[in-house]
Design a protein around this ligand. Structure first.
Ligand code: BTN
Length: 258
């Protein structure tokens, strides 16, 4: 039987990632902190994460994986993004995973993820998975690039009468789905020593895979046309240019033009 997730709801906090990081010495694997409002929400690349009060999910899962090697840490992004994609599908919204770990509905961002790992020797000792998923919000600040929410996507799909979702119920469902992929990863690694089928699943859901689009190579600030063809062994994104040549990029070395 699946256990009810251990979720600690807070009215206000600076950042749920900070609560989960503080919990590392004492709290168990799979503990969750969620907030109705964050005063200092953190995003990728040092950005802030802002969200209307009590309209969206803002939460952090503390994982203490005893089976993930430090070199395989990208599997945590795979687990979390596959859980989100699968949960959103059950709600009626098709999404893709924008490498490394954003969730997009067509060209609109519905979810951002900030993962902070702790390493001990060869192993991953903790992963704080911070997730901001837009649920009920319908209007966003003008300066955010193409944001969307679950309720807006359902409206686009013709479901105009959707009442606001209960955040507590949705969080339980979503976290359970993420844990389903966490358990799959544990099982696949125990059986094969690798995560091939989860990686395959991730690649099948990758935003813009195999399609030519424009990107900016950060180091040279050069705009290029290329297509994503896969991931390298170190989870870098591999682009193929129009002339057939290939190059791989780490996070921050490439940005998408959307
Ligand atoms: C991004 O920049 O796309 C990542 C955003 C991650 C936001 C979430 S909200 C819950 C958790 N707490 C934080 O301070 N950040 C993450």
């Amino acid at each position: 039987m699946t256990q009810k997730p251990d979720i600690r709801w807070l009215k206000v906090t600076d950042s749920t990632n900070n609560r989960a990081l503080e919990g590392i010495p004492t709290e168990k694997d799979k503990t969750v902190w969620a907030a109705e409002f964050q005063t200092a929400g953190r995003g990728q690349r040092g950005n802030k994460w802002t969200s209307a009060e009590a309209q969206n999910l803002m939460f952090s899962i503390l994982l203490k994986p005893d089976f993930i090697l430090a070199k395989d840490q990208f599997i945590v992004s795979v687990i979390v993004t596959l859980g989100l994609e699968s949960y959103l599908k059950t709600k009626g919204v098709e999404t893709k995973i924008k490498w490394p770990n954003d969730i997009y509905a067509q060209d609109r961002k519905i979810c951002g993820i900030l993962i902070e790992h702790g390493i001990s020797g060869d192993m991953l000792s903790s992963s704080v998975c911070g997730i901001g998923l837009n649920i009920n919000q319908k209007e966003f600040p003008k300066d955010l690039p193409n944001p969307t929410s679950l309720i807006l996507e359902l409206e686009r799909n013709g479901k105009k009468d959707q009442p606001a979702f209960s955040l507590t119920d949705e969080l339980e469902e979503l976290v359970s789905e993420i844990y389903r992929f966490y358990d799959k990863a544990r099982e696949e690694f125990a059986r094969t020593g690798k995560y091939d089928s989860l990686y395959k699943f991730y690649l099948e859901r990758l935003y813009r895979k195999d399609e030519f689009h424009r990107y900016i190579e950060t180091a040279s600030n050069k705009e290029v046309e290329a297509r994503i063809i896969g991931l390298s062994d170190t989870a870098c994104i591999v682009l193929e240019y129009c002339d057939g040549s290939r190059k791989s990029f780490a996070f921050k070395e490439i940005s998408y033009i959307i």
